[in-house]
Design a protein around this ligand. Sequence first.
Ligand SMILES: Nc1ncnc2c1ncn2[C@@H]1O[C@H](COP(=O)(O)OP(=O)(O)OP(=O)(O)O)[C@@H](O)[C@H]1O
Length: 744
Amino acid sequence: MEAAENCSVKVAVHIRPLIGDERTQGCKECVSVTSGKPQVQIGTHSFTFDHVYGNGGSPSSSMFEECVAPLVDGLFQGYNATVLAYGQTGSGKTYTMGTAMKDGCQTGLIPQVMNALFKKIETLKHQTEFQLHVSFIEILKEEVRDLLDFEPVSKSASPNGNAVRVAVPGKPPIQIRESSNGVITLAGTTDVAVSTLEEMATCLEQGSINRATGSTNMNNQSSRSHAIFTITLEQMRKIQSVSVVNESLDEDMGEEYLCAKLHLVDLAGSERAKRTGSDGVRLKEGIHINRGLLALGNVISALGDEKKRKEGVHVPYRDSKLTRLLQDSLGGNSKTAMIACISPADINAEESLNTLKYANRARNIQNKPVVNRDLISNEMQKMRQQLQSLQAELCARGGPNSDVQNLKEKIAWLEATNEDLRRELHEYRSRRAVVEYCESDSQEFIKSDGHKRGFQSIDSSDYQMDEVLSDGSPGEIDEVAKELEHALWRNTMDRELNELNKRLEQKETEMKLVGGADTEALKQHYQKKIMDLEEEKRMVQKERDNLLAAVGNRSANSDGQMQKTQEINVQKLKTLEAQISDLKKKQENQVELLKQKQRSDEAAKRLQSEIQYIKAQKVQLQHKIKQEAEQFRQWKASREKELLQLKKEGRRNEYERHKLEALNQRQKLVLQRKTEEAAMATKRLKELLEARKSSARDSSVNHNGHMPNGQGNEKSLQKWLDHELEVMVNVREVRFEYEKQTQV
Ligand SMILES: Nc1ncnc2c1ncn2[C@@H]1O[C@H](COP(=O)(O)OP(=O)(O)OP(=O)(O)O)[C@@H](O)[C@H]1O
């Protein structure tokens, strides 16, 4: 991780104009803004903030650019961010955040964030891979609820006027968890992967509809919960660094993984039961809201007070779910902006003053945002920076050769370390993928025999991978990695396909619910009913008019006898009027029913288009899976062919080797035999030489001795010559043989 730099929470004040109710009550404005300065006055109090919008301050339209756009940019650099709207009930938090987005309405910060995000992704998509997820939760009466859980929701009005969301049986409650490195996460929320602006807007809209709202004296659409819309941006980007190796430029492409979250928080408003006129359920809600806000206030106090901070006073994050979830946003790893919303009306002066005090304290909070890279990317980034500074030093100096040499060596060393780290990263990712793969799919794989086999093969490839990673050749690593990658890819695709199928099924069930009845027939039925009712109403009115006329005539006669009949008629008239009003009510109900029918028709249409979209996605995905499978099959076939070729060659080589070995063996035997023969020949030669020497001695004895006659001398000479000749021939033969053997 990089060293975190302190960065204070930015605070802006948004002053809304007086609204209808306040005007009718004759309220006056009690908040003023110092012209040209971000300074607010209320009574004798004066506060300075980072920005002030509305009521003479900067225009509200510049709030996004000044306060939120830098946070969106930071998200792309890997920094977490939070935008927090705080204020009294009815002060304009939901309006400012845009959390009540309906029918694609674009006002508010969240829609602007979404636009900016997708615009930036569009410009960067060539060098970076992006993945976006959104989640939307609310904290209602200290319970975390998933607003993107599209399980059947009963929208029928409950006795307290809230839209009721039915808890899904068997679904585990959402839990707040803290990881070993202190990161707070929510377990059990729906994390929707989105790839277009429209998809994200649908999530916001759907979640906003699901959020709990209710009517109070101070706001007829009051949010009864704290809502957090979270956008998670994951990036895998290519890094290009240029290094000098052996006086030539070397381009090095690496990859960096960043993951950052943007929380957009619309808090429920602080309220006083007396002013909101709350009782029963509303009162209970108000108590919970105030309790959560009080806990938030205590956290802000502990963090915003420099003395307390220095003393290391305990920060009570655990006092409420809200503060626990916002732990990183307040005093942690996040860049945070707080928008304090206030009403300018004098009747709200006390609440507005409290909000400003609260916001003023929040300005002192120091956060420590860091770039959220994975560990190895982080290490590589450090190395890259070191490398760059060394290169800069090298360029700047151009000094003595030994220095340059040293630096070059250092660079080479760093490059090598970098390479090692990259390899490690690759290894680590592959291993992690295998582990995740095994963990997530072990259940599915165990279900069937075929799957079991798949699991075993994955296991064995894991084992192989371990082996090749430790001492295998790069080719083998690539091959195993590719196979594994394909298996993982295939699994992800299958999962996505399942997900799509599930969504499709769900939408189709909804569709059945919404459009189950024959809509046209129903419409005609209602219209007919309305017409019948109108006809009935007309008849009753006519009857009433007739009666009235009769009563008028009879009263004109003012006969004493008629008195009784008149009374009966008046009674009849009353009954008829009651009947008319009853009919009117019925007619209104029918009109309302018709309207509801139209609404459900629209919902059906929307569902239909969603179904079409999901089906198109499904077809695309299936096509992609088929293509990839075909490519993989081709690759595999070519690999197998190569392998077969290699095996064939191997066998041929083996055969050749055997042949050569046999030849060698034979030659060795021949050599041994020839050597023996040569030794024998040498021995014979020696013997012959010995024999010649002795015969020479004999002849000399004969020469010098006394032979009886000349014939005897001649014979012995002949004998000696024959012998001598034989010896010489033998010697020559043996020599020749010996030379031949030596050559062999
Ligand atoms: N800047 C603004 N300009 C015009 N009207 C505004 C502005 N801000 C808020 N309003 C109006 O004020 C009323 C209350 O606003 P909103 O519902 O946003 O308040 P809130 O603070 O979210 O209230 P609660 O905490 O009760 O949910 C709404 O009718 C809204 O349209």
